[in-house]
Design a binder for this molecule. Structure first.
Ligand code: URA
Length: 238
């Protein structure tokens, strides 16, 4: 059962105001408990049982915001349900009560960096075109592309009737019949990287996202995750 809590502490926990400001709100008669205005400082309430309002608006405890960086394995979907009953990425995060969702998508057969959070504002910010959060992928592609073809990809190509925004492509290694490249893009169109390389005649054989902005996957093993903190989140927009 939820334990009783001092009213000013409850208001602060719910993000209404600091504890001191919450005391002022109570003293000025702006806070009600179960329909009655409360001005006494020592009042306790039981969250979830007593109905608290501030300025007439119900005050509810918000879920703490949490952030994870997962190294998504192949064979998982990044939707929250799947008509084909395939495994869902959020099932990989253990011991978390928050209602997590992935930020953006990765294909079923794509691996790598995936942020999971319950913070809708941050998710929107990362995906909003005006912030242009960079996403970096390592792609194994068929054949050996010429520098001209890679430069055309970097400048932008027509994809589904719309030019792609400028990207950056670096060749990491060449093999007999495939090439390992790194590509950094600012968009998140469906199957974008696969479509971009297919368009220049070098289809993707395997794909792994390695970073969002300067937040890198590093040596996080496949299927593992780590909590992210403000110092990590700052790197998303660098
Ligand atoms: N581009 C793709 O083609 N697939 C992904 O999963 C991510 C980016």
């Amino acid at each position: 059962m939820t334990r009783p809590l001092r009213l000013h502490k409850f208001l602060a926990q719910c993000g209404i105001a600091s504890r001191r400001k919450a005391e002022e709100l109570i003293a000025s008669g702006q806070v009600s408990v179960d329909g009655e205005v409360v001005r006494e400082m020592g009042t306790s309430i039981v969250p979830g049982r007593n109905v608290v309002t501030c300025g007439g608006i119900p005050v509810t405890e918000s879920e703490p915001l949490v952030y994870y960086l997962l190294n998504k394995p192949k064979g998982y979907v990044t939707t929250l349900s799947d008509p084909q009953n395939r495994p869902i990425v959020t099932s990989l995060i253990k011991d978390c009560q928050a209602r997590l969702f992935p930020v953006g998508r990765l294909d079923f057969d794509t691996e790598g960096a995936l942020i999971l959070t319950n913070d809708g504002d941050l998710a929107q910010k990362i995906q909003h075109p005006s912030h242009e959060t960079r996403k970096t992928y390592e792609a194994r592609i068929k054949g050996r592309p010429t520098r001209e073809k890679l430069t055309s990809l970097e400048r932008g190509i027509m994809l589904d009737g719309r030019m792609t925004s400028p990207s950056r492509v670096t060749v990491l290694g060449g093999h007999a019949d495939h090439t390992l490249v790194s590509i950094t893009i600012h968009e998140g169109r469906k199957h974008q990287v696969k479509k971009m390389f297919a368009a220049i005649g070098h289809p993707v054989v395997s794909l792994r996202r390695t970073a969002y902005g300067r937040l890198e996957l590093g040596n996080l093993p496949t299927g593992s995750y780590r909590r992210l903190y403000p110092v990590d989140l700052k790197k998303l927009f660098l």
